[in-house]
Design a protein around this ligand. Structure first.
Ligand SMILES: NC(=O)c1ccc[n+]([C@@H]2O[C@H](COP(=O)([O-])OP(=O)(O)OC[C@H]3O[C@@H](n4cnc5c(N)ncnc54)[C@H](O)[C@@H]3O)[C@@H](O)[C@H]2O)c1
Length: 423
C-alpha cells in the first residue's frame, strides 16, 4: 500500500463541505482553521444559521469555540445552496431503510451530487466521506458525467479527467472528534492514483496520521469492514451473555477469566448495539453480497435480539414482583454522550413504557438533549436518577454513565444489570 508524506504540499484555496453534521462541521472548521477558505452547505437552515452566528449546532468539545473563531476570521461561512469551489467534501447521512433487509439509502448522497454538479469546473476535486455501500463513489461519478457532459471524469478519462473523485471515509469518535481528525490514519480511495494524491494533499492541511492511498471501492469496503468487525465481536459477547444466563453462570466472570488467555480478548456484553454506525453499516455489506454475508447478518440479528432478551428479563421480573416499579437507567446509545440515535437502551425503555405506562420510570443524565419528537413518541416517564432509585423495586441498568456512580449498588431490589456496572 502506498503512503504519502502529507505535510509538505499546498492545498486548494476554496473548499465546500456538503452536510454540516457531526462529521461535516468539525471537518469544515478544521480546514478553515488551517487557512482554507471554507463554505459549509446544509439543507437544514438552522444548522446554517447557527454556523453563520459563529456557533456549532452540535455538542462536541471545543467545536463551538473553533467554529466561532473561524467564522470571525472570515474563513468559514454556511449556506443552504452549493457554491463553486476547488474541492468538495460530501458528508451527508447514509441510513438504512426500515424494511426487513435494511436496504441502504443513498438518496442524500445523490441529492448532494446533483446539487454540486452544476458548480463543478475543470480541475476540481470531489471527495465522498459518507459511509457508503461499495460502488457509491462510482455512482456519484456517473451522476456527474450525466449532469455535465462538458467535463470529463475518472471513469471516462482516467488520469486525464477534468475532475478528480475520491472516497475518504471518516473514523472519528464523538467526544474526541477534533483530536482524532488530526491524529487518525486515513484511507484515501481515489478513482485514479492522481485522485488519491490530490485528496491526500488536501487532508495534509491538518492530518498528522498517515494517509494510506488506495482506490475508491477498497476504501468503501474498508470503512464497512471496520464497523462490521466491531459488530461481530460485540455479538460474540452478547450471545455468550445470553448462553451464560440460561446456564445460570456469571457472563462477566466467564469473560474476565477467558481474557486471562494471552490471545483472547472478549468485549463487554450490553443491551444491544446502538449508534448510527455499527448498528447500520454492516447492512451495507449484507445488501452487496446477501448470500455470502451469513456471519455479518447473524451478527446484526444477535445484537438486535439481545435488546429483546433484556425486555424479556425485565418482564419476567415484573411478573414476579407485580407491585414493583421499574427504573430504566440510561437511554443513550453509549455512556457519557448525549446521543440517543439507534439506542437499544432507549428502545427498551420505550417498549416497556408503551406496555406498562407509568410503572416504568426512565432516567438519563443527558435527557435534556432528547429532541421533542423522540420525547413525545416514546412517552417516557422521565425522572431524576435519585427518584428512580428511590421508587423502583426493579432496577434496570442500561447505560453505564459515570453519573450513576454517585449511587451505591442498590440493595434489596431486583437488578437487571445489562452492562456489568455493579460487578
Ligand atoms: N457521526 C459519526 O460518528 C460518524 C463517524 C464516521 C462516519 N460517519 C458517516 O458520516 C456521514 C455523515 O454522518 P453525520 O453523523 O455527520 O450525520 P448528521 O446527520 O449529523 O449530519 C448530516 C448533515 O447533512 C445534512 N444534509 C442531508 N442531506 C443534505 C444535502 N443533500 N445537502 C446538504 N446537506 C445535507 C443534514 O441536514 C445534516 O445536517 C454518514 O454517512 C455517517 O455514517 C459518521
Amino acid at each position: 500500500m502506498n503512503q504519502t508524506d502529507n505535510t509538505s504540499q499546498a492545498h486548494p484555496t476554496t473548499l465546500a463541505v456538503i452536510g454540516l453534521g457531526y462529521i461535516g462541521l468539525p471537518t469544515a472548521a478544521m480546514f478553515a482553521s488551517t487557512g482554507v477558505d471554507v463554505t459549509g452547505v446544509d439543507i437544514n437552515p438552522k444548522a446554517v444559521a447557527a454556523v453563520n452566528a459563529g456557533t456549532a449546532h452540535i455538542e462536541e468539545g471545543e467545536l463551538d469555540e473553533l467554529v466561532g473563531r473561524c467564522v470571525k476570521a472570515g474563513m468559514l461561512r454556511a449556506t443552504t445552496t452549493p457554491v463553486q469551489a476547488d474541492a468538495f467534501i460530501i458528508a451527508v447521512p447514509t441510513p438504512v431503510g426500515h424494511d426487513q433487509e435494511r436496504t441502504p439509502d443513498v438518496t442524500h448522497v445523490r441529492a448532494a451530487g446533483e446539487a454540486i454538479a452544476p458548480h463543478l469546473k475543470k480541475g476540481d476535486l470531489v471527495i465522498l466521506e459518507s459511509t457508503s455501500p461499495v460502488g457509491t463513489t462510482g455512482m456519484l461519478a456517473e451522476l456527474f458525467a450525466n449532469a455535465r457532459p462538458d467535463l470529463s471524469f475518472p471513469q471516462q478519462k482516467g488520469e486525464e479527467a477534468d475532475v478528480c473523485i475520491a472516497y475518504c471515509p471518516e473514523r472519528i469518535i464523538p467526544g474526541r472528534m477534533l483530536q482524532e481528525l488530526v491524529e487518525n490514519d486515513r484511507i484515501i480511495g481515489g478513482m485514479t492514483a492522481r485522485c488519491s494524491e490530490r485528496a491526500a494533499r488536501l487532508y495534509g492541511a491538518f492530518v498528522r496520521g498517515t494517509c494510506h492511498l488506495s482506490d475508491d471501492r477498497t476504501a468503501e469496503m474498508v470503512k464497512l469492514t471496520e464497523n462490521a468487525f466491531r459488530d461481530v465481536n460485540i455479538a460474540f459477547a452478547n450471545e455468550l451473555s445470553m448462553i451464560c444466563s440460561d446456564l445460570s453462570l456469571d457472563a462477566w466472570k466467564v469473560i474476565e477469566l477467558a481474557n486471562r488467555h494471552p490471545r483472547v480478548n472478549i468485549l463487554n456484553p450490553g443491551p444491544g448495539v446502538g449508534g448510527h454506525c455499527i448498528a447500520v453499516d454492516p447492512w451495507f455489506i449484507v445488501a452487496s453480497a446477501p448470500e455470502r454475508s451469513r456471519l455479518i447478518r447473524a451478527t446484526r440479528e444477535i445484537n438486535d435480539g439481545k435488546t429483546q432478551f433484556v425486555i424479556d428479563q425485565v418482564e419476567q421480573a415484573m411478573k414476579r414482583w407485580p407491585e414493583a416499579q421499574v427504573a430504566c437507567l440510561g437511554l443513550t446509545y453509549k455512556p457519557d454522550v448525549d446521543d440517543f440515535r439507534e439506542s437499544p437502551a432507549f428502545s427498551i425503555a420505550e417498549s416497556l413504557t408503551s406496555k406498562y405506562g407509568d410503572r416504568i420510570l426512565s432516567s438519563d443524565p443527558y435527557a435534556d438533549a432528547l429532541d421533542d419528537s423522540m420525547r413525545q413518541r416514546a412517552g417516557l416517564n422521565l425522572v431524576a436518577a435519585d427518584e428512580a432509585f428511590a421508587k423502583a423495586g426493579i432496577v434496570v441498568l442500561l447505560v453505564g454513565h459515570t453519573a450513576f456512580r454517585a449511587f451505591p449498588r442498590p440493595e434489596g431490589k431486583h437488578l437487571v444489570d445489562t452492562v456489568g456496572y455493579w460487578r
